[in-house]
Design a protein. Structure first.
Length: 166
């Protein structure tokens, strides 16, 4: 699974409350993503285009256990790359069909606006502007299958473990 997109840079300790603020949970689901990262980067959600890639520092996805990757998906982001990712965020993201890789030094590899190419099967990450390539630990095939299915629920439906009414 290869993805290519414009890079947006964020720092360390980007928590799930920034991605999915609690005060928007009563809004219709299609409206909630408009507030993604609004507390630390007002207006950012209006600039994101389908296929863009978020690159962050350490401790990405810390905080509450809410499924914040849903907001990133709703904005059209194709994936996130970070220095380190919390385990709970990673699993929630994969289960929603949003791929994430962690690699030490990734936030220094890009400038905002660069184009990244990411191969989740091999873990190869390339900065298309500089040509620099680095290797992260690739996602296991079982997790790639979940992402390619659109998340764990669609995969379980396809495999006959859940009825379409779930």
């Amino acid at each position: 699974m290869k993805l290519k997109g414009k890079v947006w840079i964020f720092g360390d300790n980007i928590n799930t409350d920034l991605m999915s603020p609690g005060h928007v949970k009563t809004l219709p689901e299609e409206e909630q993503a408009k507030y993604c990262m609004d507390a630390n980067r007002p207006g950012w959600s209006k600039e994101v285009k389908r296929g863009d890639i978020l690159v962050a520092g350490r401790n990405f996805g810390c905080g509450s256990s809410r499924p914040a990757a849903k907001a990133l998906l709703s904005l059209g982001l194709s994936c996130a790359l970070a220095e380190s990712v919390t385990g709970l965020f990673l699993r929630n993201a994969i289960n929603l069909g949003f791929p994430v890789l962690s690699l030490d030094g990734i936030s220094k590899m890009f400038q905002e606006g660069d184009t990244a190419e990411v191969d989740f099967d091999t873990g190869q990450i390339k900065n298309m502007r500089t040509g620099e390539m680095r290797s992260a630990k690739p996602l296991p095939p079982a997790l790639i299958k979940i992402v390619e299915s659109g998340g764990i629920i669609p995969q379980l439906k396809t495999e006959g473990y859940l009825k379409d009414t779930y």
